[in-house]
Design a protein around this ligand. Sequence first.
Ligand SMILES: [Fe+2]
Ligand SMILES: [Fe+2]
Length: 186
Amino acid sequence: MKPIEELQTEHRAIESSLKILSAICDRIERENLLTNPEHIDGLIDFFRVFVDQCHHRKEETQLFPALESRGMPGEENPIKIMLTEHEAGRAFVRDMAVSMSQFREGNIEALMRLVHNGRSYINLLVNHIRKEDAVLFPLADDRLTEEENARMAAEFDRIEKEEVGEGRHEEFHAMLDRLGEFYVRV
Ligand SMILES: [Fe+2]
Ligand SMILES: [Fe+2]
């Protein structure tokens, strides 16, 4: 698989995770309680490891520098915007984790903050993915040479093994299937 296709496939998995998060947020608002906190824990783990340590790392350390070396427009540099959005996403995930600790200490108010941060994260990433799929990835497809693609594919494999670990990807996909079945019936 070409590196860009790999990133696009990961986008589809991230979209599934966001649909699940959205369904959980709806349910919390409807019932004013969280019945399966371990499902949110699993999603937070997915956002930290799969989304950030794996997917965003591939973009930040491989794709973006390769594109920048081909010259990107200065002020309107889309890569700067993408990096800022990755950073904003990390902050929302940190806040969701804080809300979960507070909820476990008996603070019910924390659930509303969880929903608020969860929805902000969903909006951010849905738009972020749309921009990458529509603008940045086609640009990369146009500009990157065979050689750069081959080098990037090898680096992606290394990131998978070192940052995520053998088998982790499959575990995450299995979790998304399970939670998808439970909440979204996809
Ligand atoms: Fe990104
Ligand atoms: Fe991405």
